[in-house]
Design a protein around this ligand. Structure first.
Ligand code: GUN
Length: 285
């Protein structure tokens, strides 16, 4: 049986990081600017801890200055907002990222609003979201940006294709549906209330799945030759990482598929670095 081509996010992310390392060197030698990223983690959620550690390591790999600010779970919101105010004014940091989710007593909305849009390398501030929607230059949220970059680097054309997105989160589903539409795809956005999901997904030339539940998409959901992008990261009972797509069953039907791990995740991380370098380049004029 034929098998889909793997979209290797890990090796693409390495390419992106190599490209960035030389951009960073140039920025330092020509403008005297070293890009900097401040990452704030509130509390000790183990998954968030792993993600932040990865982001800090990525920064080191490419030559971005980074600072990891750890605040206790009980940290008052007012104190977090003051930390953001301080970083907004600190010229050493071009990007500020507050790791989500936040403890219940802190409003993610107030926190995101507080970050200066020019330093919002997550692309979560309403100013950046609004600019993205109307097609203006803006920081794009890292996962949707990474997905578009994976399609581009795989030589997969989007214009005129039917793209189906499953999941309508603010972080992935909604923004990626907008970017696909701006790249001239015809887009269907499916979600938890969609009736007959398979009837929609079977019409997809490009299927993006961002639900957060293992095996939401099986072979019955996929048109032969479709490109399948799996955004999910789930843990099996045995502790293995797995996506939202039944990878083994779908890979014999799709033309291209992203693995989990090693697909969208590494490219999401790489795009955070891209946004940080771009934020620094902007300050250099
Ligand atoms: N938690 C899970 N994904 C993300 C992300 O992309 N950015 C931030 N800040 N927190 C997250």
């Amino acid at each position: 049986m034929s098998s889909a081509q793997l979209i290797d996010g890990k090796s693409m992310a390495q390419d992106v990081k190599r490209e960035l390392a030389s951009r960073i060197k140039r920025l330092e030698s020509e403008a005297g600017v070293r890009p900097g990223l401040a990452v704030i983690l509130v509390g000790d959620d183990p998954a968030s801890e792993v993600y932040v550690r990865g982001k800090i390591r990525d920064c080191r790999d490419v030559g971005i200055r980074s600072e990891w600010i750890r605040l206790p779970d009980s940290n008052p919101e007012e104190d977090l907002l003051r930390q953001i105010d301080r970083l907004n004014e600190d010229p050493r940091f071009h990007g500020i990222l507050v790791q989500l989710p936040l403890p219940r007593h802190i409003s993610a909305e107030r926190v995101i609003h507080r970050i200066r849009p020019e330093k919002d390398v997550d692309g979560f501030h309403p100013i950046n979201v609004g600019k993205m929607v109307i097609g203006q230059e803006a920081f794009l949220p890292c996962t949707p940006y990474g997905i578009m970059e994976m399609l581009r680097r795989s030589g997969i054309s989007v214009a005129g294709k039917h793209a189906v997105v499953v999941g309508r989160s603010n972080i992935v589903g909604k923004p990626v549906s907008i970017l696909l539409q701006q790249a001239d795809a015809t887009v269907t956005l499916c979600h938890s209330k969609t009736r007959d999901l398979a009837a929609h997904t079977r019409r997809a030339d490009i299927l993006v799945v961002a639900v957060g539940k293992a095996r939401v998409i099986g072979p019955e959901h996929v048109k032969p030759g479709a490109v399948v992008i799996d955004v999910g990261i789930n843990r099996t009972e045995e502790g293995r990482l797995t996506g939202d797509v039944d990878f083994e069953a779908v890979r014999s039907i799709a033309s291209h598929i992203t693995p989990v791990p090693g697909g969208v995740g590494p490219m999401t991380r790489a795009m955070l670095l891209v946004n940080t370098v771009r934020a620094a380049e902007r300050t250099a004029g």
